[in-house]
Ligand binder design. Structure first.
Ligand code: PLP
Length: 441
């Protein structure tokens, strides 16, 4: 029975041919599958139109800085691919991914200690699709995924769309805390909840900007084995250490119990949407079937572009250039935070990747503050988007990957001014109600 029959309200559904005046009116509301309930836009998406104005310094997004790419060479190569191999490049191909590219992906992964067979690599449309496929394969509604708190917002979106529930596990400056993981898995076992996998971003974490200490890696894998929990290792930033340093992939330490997600988005070109999953053979078979039903195959032309780039370009030197660019921006961000942010703010000190995670003093709510920051022409991602349990209201993610160092400094200066005035307000009104203890200036 339709709602209006129950309530007696006249339906707001439009007659065909009538103009719907309310832009938020959705005539399909009663039709959506239950799993769409978890699909919500982030706050920054809601402010996107304003935040993307040129006068606003956006420290919100995670767009890689592609300016250093050799565009002339690339355009020649793309033209060559079409001229020499166009009928293949523009055709469907295997869902598994092109064999030469899968071999090259194995060489890329070897840099982080992984020994893999190309058969076990499945090419995906970015690692985001890998996340979606892995969740689709493993999660029934109500299943639990254990993830760092905070965690990557795109992963949380995938988990929500399959109605999986996320249990967050604490991190410190050395990444995921093994004891907290053990406690979460023990608790899930006691309460009879099915944990399907640990989702983790060990290197240069998005959004936390920390790296899992090498000494913790074996312990975390051992805990997951003890509780019979699969590990999903998401590693798009692993080659972006600012000193060229790499860490042993979790997969290299326990290949049978780790599904690894990789991507060319941060080390080459995000718009090509080429990523991959490395999985044990049985899982890999299912991933290929899931790819077939999702997209038939990953884009052939884009795979050929990546493959030719890897074969003909000094891609490792290119990654070094990216490392230097991001390092310069990280330095600008950290020194500006030091110079401008009010006392009581703390932040992580990334040694690779794109992000700094800032904690502000009690009395400031980063989500509520966001529209005011955007009015002051600076945008950030508020912390609540990176948790599913309502945490994060005193945190924000600042990304330094895209703007120039000068813009980063200016953005932090504007942000600091907004924070100062929020703290003034909290001092004036919060203290009066005896709720807020603020650090002295
Ligand atoms: C941790 C993490 N995983 C996955 C992705 C998705 O990357 P891709 O462009 O490969 O889909 C991102 C993108 O920002 C990310 O930060």
């Amino acid at each position: 029975m339709a709602n209006d029959e129950l309530t007696g309200h006249s339906p707001a559904k439009p007659q065909s041919g009538r103009t719907v005046l309310d832009p938020h009116f959705d005539p399909h509301l009663d039709r959506y599958a239950a799993r769409t309930a978890g699909m919500t836009a982030s706050e920054i998406r809601a402010l996107f139109a304003v935040a993307s104005r040129p006068e606003v310094v956006s420290l919100a997004g995670g767009m890689p800085n592609l300016a250093a790419l050799p565009l002339d060479t690339l355009s020649t190569q793309v033209a060559q691919i079409i001229a020499e191999d166009g009928l293949t490049a523009l055709q469907y191909a295997s869902a598994h991914g092109l064999p030469p590219l899968r071999e090259q992906i194995c060489d890329v992964m070897a840099l982080e200690g992984i020994t893999a067979h190309p058969d076990d690599v499945v090419v995906t449309v970015g690692s985001q699709m890998g996340l979606d496929l892995v969740t689709r394969l493993f999660c029934d509604p109500g299943d639990v995924v254990v993830a760092e708190g905070p965690s990557y917002v795109g992963a949380l979106g995938s988990f929500a769309s399959y109605q999986a529930q996320v249990v967050h596990v604490a991190m410190d400056e050395h990444g995921l805390v093994p004891e907290a993981l053990r406690a979460a898995l023990r608790q899930a076992r006691i309460t009879g909840r099915r944990v399907k996998f640990l989702y983790t971003i060990p290197n240069f974490h998005n959004p936390a900007g920390v790296t899992l200490a090498v000494e913790r890696r074996a312990e975390i894998l051992e805990i997951c084995r003890t509780y019979d929990v699969l590990v999903v290792e998401d590693n798009p930033y692993g080659l972006l250490g600012f000193d060229g340093q790499t860490y042993p992939a979790l997969h290299s330490l326990d290949p049978d119990n780790v599904v690894y997600l990789g991507s060319f988005s941060k080390t080459f070109a995000s718009g090509l949407r080429v990523g991959w999953v490395l999985a044990p053979p049985a899982v890999r078979e299912k991933l290929v079937l899931a790819t077939e039903s999702a997209t038939l195959c990953p884009p052939t032309l884009n795979q050929l572009i990546v493959s030719r780039y890897l074969a003909t370009h000094d891609w490792q030197s290119q990654i070094k250039t990216f490392q230097q660019n991001y390092r310069e921006r990280r330095d600008a961000m950290l020194s500006a935070l030091e110079q401008y942010l009010p006392p009581g703010c703390t932040w992580t000190k990334p040694d690779g990747g794109f992000y700094v995670w800032v904690t502000v003093p009690e009395g400031v709510d980063t989500k509520a503050m966001l529209p005011r920051a955007v009015s002051a022409q600076v945008a950030y991602a508020s912390g609540t988007g990176f948790y599913t349990d309502g945490s994060g209201s005193r945190q924000m993610r600042l990304s330094y990957c895209y703007p120039t160092p000068e813009r980063i400094r200016e953005g932090v200066r504007r942000l600091a001014a907004v924070l100062h005035s929020e703290l003034e307000l909290a001092r004036a009104f919060g203290d009066r109600f005896g709720r807020i203890q603020l650090p002295s200036r």
